[in-house]
Design a protein around this ligand. Structure first.
Ligand SMILES: *Cc1c(COP(=O)(O)O)cnc(C)c1O
Length: 464
């Protein structure tokens, strides 16, 4: 049995490797074709007003700010202090960081943990979600969200997204609820808040737990209340690319003291809450692991927290301005907010790209063309509900012992978790990364101009 599973996982790895190779070679061929076109039509110099991808001058040449950034004089001093103290394992600086983060979110308690993934894993575990339970989540998210459910032995049930906000669609949640459903796991994906008002109403009505994946939602607000503070627990990530970067790091917030005590205990080997770090023989009271933060992580976090609020305000203002500049370009459909959102975190600036309005120019080519104009972008997430990891989890020894065979019918699960809106979204989405939104208003004009330029030349580029 064991070798079977290993063999099938090996097969999957090989398939993915082959697919990546084919993709890379195809891109190289497309590039070669374009070079030839550019040489034939414009000669080797290209044209001044033509598309950068075809040898013209890019709209933007000066690039964008590097990420992450920090204030050398102040921040490096604080981190050096921690380094020189020799106290690197969890102590006072971590506690200060937790107090500061709880205050920033408006929650009673915060526990800093190794990363956002484990913030989710711990939260679900300490709300007693595990074998036999189902958790409803959106498919438009980072892989860590469904993995945190599977890691607890529960079954993820994908529920489709709202096509305008890209968030879990509350109108579809109730149809996914069964007698096994224990929790809803909304994700504030791209930093745009999910519709927490509607989701909390559904949770109350059906007596379900709510764990918010706010790993992209730092300081975003609905009616002035921070995301992550609505549910039973809110989880954050401070990974290097995130708007609040520490390299690695995560946090759980909640108003529930008993829950937070259990989370603390779990993240410190299961030792009783209040047991000092490094203490032995004090009595280990529950199942636990080790997910502790370090003092230098907390020092970097405190430094980053100083600029998070002004930067969040700036990203939001620039995003709304950029949206106003591009919303009337045919084929460009920017994000919409869920009800009551007064501030988004904009980990990414998202819009849908409709190739029909660009003379059939494919999204892949649009992305290459926009990147060539000096506005790097990407197509974002693929369809999570169709990737092989759920099937692989169903084939593990643990799942086979926790569930009856009928409950692990993968084809039935696939059918139940079909998400047609998400499928469309994954083929139309374009993302701009957050640090672009920290530039000035006139820099947003560069982005809008680059998109307009591609629209103007789309007929020509579509034929290349
Ligand atoms: C980054 C992220 C996570 C995981 O956080 P890590 O700190 O990378 O473990 C979970 N969910 C979402 C939506 C994320 O973007």
């Amino acid at each position: 049995m064991k070798t079977d599973v290993t063999a099938s996982v090996g097969d999957i790895h090989n398939k993915i490797r082959r697919r990546t190779f084919i993709k890379t070679s195809a891109t190289a061929m497309l590039g070669a074709g374009m070079m030839q076109y550019c040489f034939n039509v414009f000669g080797s110099e290209g044209t001044m007003d033509g598309l950068a991808l075809l040898g013209g001058k890019p709209v933007r040449k000066k690039g964008w700010a590097h990420w992450p950034h920090w204030v050398a004089a102040e921040d490096e001093q604080k981190i050096l202090e921690v380094l020189r103290s020799g106290v690197w394992s969890r102590a006072g600086v971590v506690t200060s960081f937790e107090k500061a983060w709880a205050k920033a979110i408006g929650s009673k308690r915060c526990l800093a943990v190794v990363n956002g993934t484990n913030a989710l894993v711990i939260s679900l575990a300490q709300l007693d979600i595990g074998a036999g339970d189902e958790v409803i989540l959106p498919p438009y998210t980072f892989i860590a969200t469904p993995q945190s459910i599977l890691m607890n032995g529960a079954i993820p049930v994908f529920c489709d997204v709202d096509p305008q906000t890209y968030q879990l669609d509350p109108k579809k949640v109730e149809s996914k609820i069964t007698s096994k459903t224990r929790a809803i796991l909304p994700v504030h994906i791209l930093g745009l808040p999910a519709d927490m008002t509607a989701i909390m109403d559904i949770a109350k009505k059906h007596n379900l737990m709510v764990v918010e994946d706010a790993c992209q939602g730092w300081l975003a607000e609905i009616n002035g209340k921070k995301v992550g503070s609505f549910g039973n627990a809110g989880c954050y990530s401070f990974q290097n690319s995130k708007n609040m970067p520490i390299g690695e790091g995560g946090a759980i917030v909640s108003d529930d003291d008993a829950f937070m005590d259990r989370c603390y205990s779990y993240h410190n080997y299961g030792n009783a809450y209040g047991t000092a770090v490094g203490a032995v023989g004090g009595g280990t009271v529950m199942l636990g692991s080790k997910m502790r933060y370090t003092e230098y992580q907390a020092a970097i976090g405190l430094a980053m927290l100083k600029t998070l609020e002004p930067e969040t305000i700036k990203r939001h203002a620039n995003a709304e301005y950029l949206k106003s500049k591009i919303k009337d370009i045919p084929g460009i459909v920017p994000y919409a907010f869920s009800p009551g959102v007064n501030r988004a975190a904009f980990h990414l600036f998202p819009f849908r790209y409709k190739e029909d309005s660009f003379n059939g120019l494919s999204r892949d080519k649009f992305i290459k063309a926009l990147s060539a104009e000096g506005v790097g972008c990407s197509g974002g997430y693929g369809q999570l509900n169709k990737q092989p990891f759920v099937k692989a989890a169903f084939q593990t020894k643990n799942f086979k012992r926790m569930y009856a065979p009928a409950e692990l019918d993968y084809e039935a699960w696939l059918e139940r978790t079909r998400c047609p809106e998400n499928e469309k979204l994954c083929t139309e989405m374009v993302w701009l990364s957050q640090e672009k939104l920290l530039a000035e208003k006139e820099d947003m004009d560069d982005i809008a101009n680059a998109i307009e330029k591609i629209h103007k030349h789309s007929r020509k580029l579509a034929k290349v």
